[in-house]
Design a protein around this ligand. Structure first.
Ligand code: SF4
Length: 124
């Protein structure tokens, strides 16, 4: 994989109860400033049509993406086809993690540990 993983946070339009305890901007600034990622972005809803268009336009074959959103199995189901159309592979390039129903502090701790794990895997 090329460079550090890119970090994406998907927040279900910003009005889903699953993310109501998360201070999105405090969280994303923590990830981009403190953790080992190339950069961090927020997407409002990556599992609908414009999310598919986003992936087709954005995903690159030699890049790893950490995607904090809903359940990893749901994520796979919802946007793996768009990745295939972009020439990418969900199972090897996407590192999905569920951040729903966590406070900002809980989400920061969980993502810090997860990014460490992903970085180790990518170095193997
Ligand atoms: S990918 Fe998951 S977190 Fe993102 S909008 Fe869809 S259901 Fe919500």
């Amino acid at each position: 994989m090329k460079g550090k993983p890119r970090f994406l946070l998907c927040v279900c339009r910003g009005d889903c109860p699953g993310f109501e305890k998360l201070n999105i901007w405090k969280f994303i600034n923590y990830v981009r400033n403190e953790l080992d990622v190339e950069y961090a972005i927020v997407h409002p809803q990556m599992c609908v049509d414009d999310g598919d268009r986003f992936w087709k336009d954005y995903a690159k074959k030699d890049t790893a993406y950490i995607v904090a959103a809903c359940d990893p199995k749901m994520q796979r189901k919802m946007y793996k086809d768009a990745l295939v159309e972009a020439g990418c592979d969900f199972d090897n390039q996407i590192f999905p993690i569920d951040l729903r129903n966590l406070s900002t502090e809980e989400a920061m701790k969980k993502i810090s540990e997860f990014i460490d794990e992903v970085s180790k895997k990518l170095q193997q």
